[in-house]
Design a binder for this molecule. Structure first.
Ligand SMILES: [Zn+2]
Length: 269
């Protein structure tokens, strides 16, 4: 395993939490790893979640419940009956509604203090770059390689840590790509953009409902660890879950110096 790397996080200024917040977040504040200061970092953080489907649902719900100050949700899709088997942000009564709008309702019911921004668009790299301004962390909860690569590229350019998850059939995977760490790989180091990978979709292949819950909840955990500063993250490790046998495996990922995306990102001009 790579050595622990301490990352200097920006100072979180006042205001202090009010009594209601101290109660709402008390079970986090009790943790030595979080405490008042860690919870204030969460409250001051901004998470960008791309995709509000199976992975984005638990990820967004946990981040909102935990008090992430601002959550930007990016999705151009609408709630469909076939989504409801696993996409727990959405409900039967909201079929036909934009997923971002449906998610806004769900998150507002859990925690009305969170600012939720809905971007109901199919985004390209340029748009993602602008959406990542002032972002603390990005979560890839999308379902296609084009979006995954565009988000990775924007995260490398913005030096925003990326929590990437994927799930299909009974197979899940998760990793962190932390562009702030000059030794850490990016998503394109693992999956080079010019290589053709078979695009597999839940619509054609199927997906085990709780699998997206497991992976999406882990994405929320890694995102919270990143904004609080709890190390080590999953950067440099890809975790793979076979949910048939419930066995995890871990693969080390190295930064590719020839990577088309991050290979020169940290080189002097
Ligand atoms: Zn790379």
């Amino acid at each position: 395993m790579r050595p622990f790397i301490l990352i200097d996080l920006p100072f979180v200024p006042e205001p202090a939490m009010n009594d209601t917040q101290l109660l709402r977040y008390s079970r986090h504040i009790l943790l030595d790893e979080i405490g008042i200061e860690g919870q204030q970092r969460v409250l001051a953080s901004h998470a960008v979640i791309v995709g509000t489907g199976g992975l984005g649902s638990p990820a967004a719900l946990y981040l909102a419940a935990a008090g992430v100050g601002k959550i930007t949700l990016v999705d151009d899709d609408r709630v469909d009956l076939t989504n409801l088997q696993r996409q727990i942000l959405h409900t039967t009564s909201r079929i036909g509604m934009a997923k971002t709008g449906s998610a806004q309702i769900a998150l507002g019911q859990i925690n009305p203090e969170v600012e939720v921004v809905a971007i109901t668009e199919r985004v390209d790299g340029e748009r993602l770059y602008s959406l990542l301004a002032n972002a603390s962390v990005a979560l890839d909860c999308s379902d296609n390689f084009a979006t995954r690569h565009a988000l990775n590229r924007a995260c490398v350019q913005r030096q925003v840590p990326l929590v990437s998850g994927a799930a299909i059939r009974f197979d899940g995977q998760i990793s962190v790509f932390d562009a702030r760490d000059t030794d850490a790989p990016c998503y394109a180091c693992l999956f080079p953009p010019h290589q053709q990978f078979e695009e597999a979709s839940c619509a054609s292949m199927g997906v085990f409902a709780p699998l997206v819950g497991i992976i999406g909840a882990m994405q929320a955990a890694e995102a919270l660890k990143l904004v609080i500063g709890i190390q080590p993250s999953l950067a440099g490790r890809l975790l793979l879950l076979d949910a048939r046998s419930m066995e995890w495996s871990s693969i080390g990922i190295r930064r590719n110096v020839a990577c088309a995306v991050c290979g020169t990102a940290h080189a002097p001009d």
